[in-house]
Design a protein around this ligand. Structure first.
Ligand code: ADP
Ligand code: ADP
Ligand code: ZN
Length: 207
């Protein structure tokens, strides 16, 4: 069973790495941010509730995201494990998660503050397939996978990025101690090239 949590500040590379490792280990990639953005696009009740929090870079209330994750990991494709990307983000979420499943490993991808601002302000995403890249990686703003014109997330502007980093430091960073205390934390240096980070994570998982 590989019930994995990917921890780390916004911009550390959680989504990039979860997507690659999901493919190589055949585990579903569950991103609460992606699920919430899809809910906003589809104008569901959850999307309508979540939008203002997300646009401001604040956390969506715990009960909403806990409900989303509870429902998602109960699906049959999660029977052999899953990668949670961006959840839990608060102690209350981590404790709720422990009442519905057993996390086998928490992978903490570590990168420092100013680097994160550069990564996030240059992040571009594909509105069609979800691929994530960075302005420094291309000449033309086209998705490397499907060719569609890349867009910038509304919360990837400098003011909102700084708020997200402050929210991370206050609410999410304590989870490092939470998982370390359970003896299931693996620390990964996220300030290396993307392929090296991937191979370090795969080594940690196959440990
Ligand atoms: P997170 O999901 O943790 O917020 P992302 O995976 O979306 O982070 O990555 C944030 C930005 O940083 C993206 O533009 C991505 O292309 C870039 N990025 C991710 N990993 C690396 C890395 N190891 N080195 C340089 N840039 C990276
Ligand atoms: P990032 O790439 O910055 O890590 P995400 O896509 O994971 O961003 O999350 C984007 C936004 O969605 C967050 O700023 C927050 O508003 C909301 N969100 C995602 N996951 C959670 C969660 N577990 N708890 C509360 N809010 C969340
Ligand atoms: Zn694409």
């Amino acid at each position: 069973m590989k019930n994995l949590v990917f921890l780390g500040p916004p911009g550390a590379g959680k989504g990039t790495q979860a997507s690659r490792i999901s493919e190589s280990l055949s585990l579903p990639h569950i991103s609460t941010g992606d699920i919430l953005r899809a809910s906003i696009r589809n104008q569901t009740e959850i999307g309508l509730k979540a939008k203002a929090y997300m646009d401001a870079g604040n956390l969506v209330p715990d009960e909403i995201v806990i409900g989303i994750v509870k429902e998602r990991i109960a699906q049959s494709d999660c029977a052999n494990g899953y990668i949670l990307d961006g959840f839990p983000r608060t102690l209350a979420q981590a404790e709720a998660l422990d009442t519905i499943t057993t996390i086998t490993m928490a992978v903490n991808i570590d990168v420092d503050g100013e680097k994160l601002v550069k990564r996030l302000s240059g992040r571009r995403v594909c509105p069609a397939c979800g691929e994530t890249t960075h302005v420094s990686n291309y000449d033309k703003p086209e998705c490397p996978k499907c060719g569609v014109t890349l867009i910038q997330r509304v919360d990837d502007n400098e003011d909102t990025i700084r708020n997200r980093l402050a929210v991370y430091n206050k609410s999410t960073q304590p989870l490092i101690d939470y998982y370390s205390g359970k003896g299931i934390l693996k620390e990964i240096d996220g300030f290396q090239d993307i392929d090296k980070v991937t191979s370090d994570i795969v080594d940690a998982i196959n440990g």
